[in-house]
Design a protein around this ligand. Sequence first.
Ligand SMILES: *[C@@H]1O[C@H](CO)[C@@H](O)[C@H](O)[C@H]1NC(C)=O
Ligand SMILES: *[C@@H]1O[C@H](CO)[C@@H](O)[C@H](O)[C@H]1NC(C)=O
Ligand SMILES: *[C@@H]1O[C@H](CO)[C@@H](O)[C@H](O)[C@H]1NC(C)=O
Ligand SMILES: *[C@@H]1O[C@H](CO)[C@@H](O)[C@H](O)[C@H]1NC(C)=O
Ligand SMILES: *[C@@H]1O[C@H](CO)[C@@H](O)[C@H](O)[C@H]1NC(C)=O
Ligand SMILES: *[C@@H]1O[C@H](CO)[C@@H](O)[C@H](O)[C@H]1NC(C)=O
Length: 328
Amino acid sequence: MLHLLPLSTLLLLPQILASPLSPHAESKPLPLLIWHGLGDNYAADGLRSVGDLANETNPGTYVYYIRIDEDAASDRTATFLGNVTEQIAQVCADIANHEILSKAPGLNALGFSQGGQFLRGVVERCGDTVKIRNLVTFGSQHNGISRYQICKEGDWLCRSYVGLLKANTWGSWVQGHLVPAQYFKATNDSTGEPTDDYLDASNFLADINNERGVKNATYAEHMARLDNLVMYVFAEDTTVIPKESGWFAYTNATSGEVTGLRNRTIYTEDWIGLKKLDEKGGLHFKTTEGGHMQLGDKVLTDVFRTYFAPSKASWRDAGAVEQEVIEL
Ligand SMILES: *[C@@H]1O[C@H](CO)[C@@H](O)[C@H](O)[C@H]1NC(C)=O
Ligand SMILES: *[C@@H]1O[C@H](CO)[C@@H](O)[C@H](O)[C@H]1NC(C)=O
Ligand SMILES: *[C@@H]1O[C@H](CO)[C@@H](O)[C@H](O)[C@H]1NC(C)=O
Ligand SMILES: *[C@@H]1O[C@H](CO)[C@@H](O)[C@H](O)[C@H]1NC(C)=O
Ligand SMILES: *[C@@H]1O[C@H](CO)[C@@H](O)[C@H](O)[C@H]1NC(C)=O
Ligand SMILES: *[C@@H]1O[C@H](CO)[C@@H](O)[C@H](O)[C@H]1NC(C)=O
């Protein structure tokens, strides 16, 4: 409301607007992608309220709820059933063809539980067309799960799928059709190395983590290009085993000892660009209280303000680095 500004400001206004240092000159929040977790669907009220909060915190935020199917029930089924490689390819195509998302100079992304590692898959595989700048994950399984205890209490549909896959995790039918099997990881706890079964069969995680002999350098380039990867672990998470997977840590199931990401080969040899990202200050390890996906508005609002606010990542070109430093 211009009439409330002092006259001096009014007179300076054209200059302020034209100045490269003006933080709000063209500031508009980047669109936000939200990928829900296992057993959830893109149209769920809880998810919509997260998107509404993002828009309330950073007004004008366009929110896109990632879906595998426009039908909510089928979208939920696709959290259990499907080939994650194909699901990610489809999501990449949907975003690249979307009239708003495809025109934005960048995107922010929020992944809940398995949606977090799947969004990382989008960054690694589709970074040339889908320009995610900031990725925030809550309770995700970046280093996989070592036990199938991922279903919400009382979710019998989930339990029946998990029953199916427990029987034959490394079979090609299971790896091509049952989603959680594709981020299950078996480690030999006496050596700390992944098992050969996992390396041979894993349809998703072993690839996306560049754990096999031949590494895909594009994955590392795309990850290192992010502004921020923010990984939240729920302090009392008993659903994701081990919960430190949310920080890419390895937990020795025998001793319970946790090896942090920075002490792991995936980081020291920089298989997926995390070291590079860390060196430029873009890698963040966070804890939030509560059990798996017990998320309050406060932590979300903090995330939206800190990582998705237009002053950090707006509709500007990437040349505006100096400007961001001054704003801080
Ligand atoms: C964001 O909030 C504004 C103001 O309340 C509203 O007009 C707009 O439709 C909202 N946008 C989305 C994507 O929800
Ligand atoms: C590496 O990943 C990129 C992006 O998904 C893909 O285009 C390319 O074919 C992959 N390269 C190899 C050698 O698999
Ligand atoms: C998953 O889909 C990809 C792409 O269609 C295919 O190449 C791969 O073999 C499938 N994986 C399994 C385990 O069926
Ligand atoms: C784990 O590694 C040790 C040492 O290489 C080996 O003796 C053992 O057989 C492995 N265990 C399994 C289950 O593969
Ligand atoms: C895991 O813990 C067991 C039991 O303490 C220990 O013998 C083993 O060496 C540990 N593995 C690694 C990789 O540190
Ligand atoms: C890495 O390992 C060293 C000991 O080998 C330990 O002092 C340090 O705390 C570890 N760092 C992390 C980040 O886990």
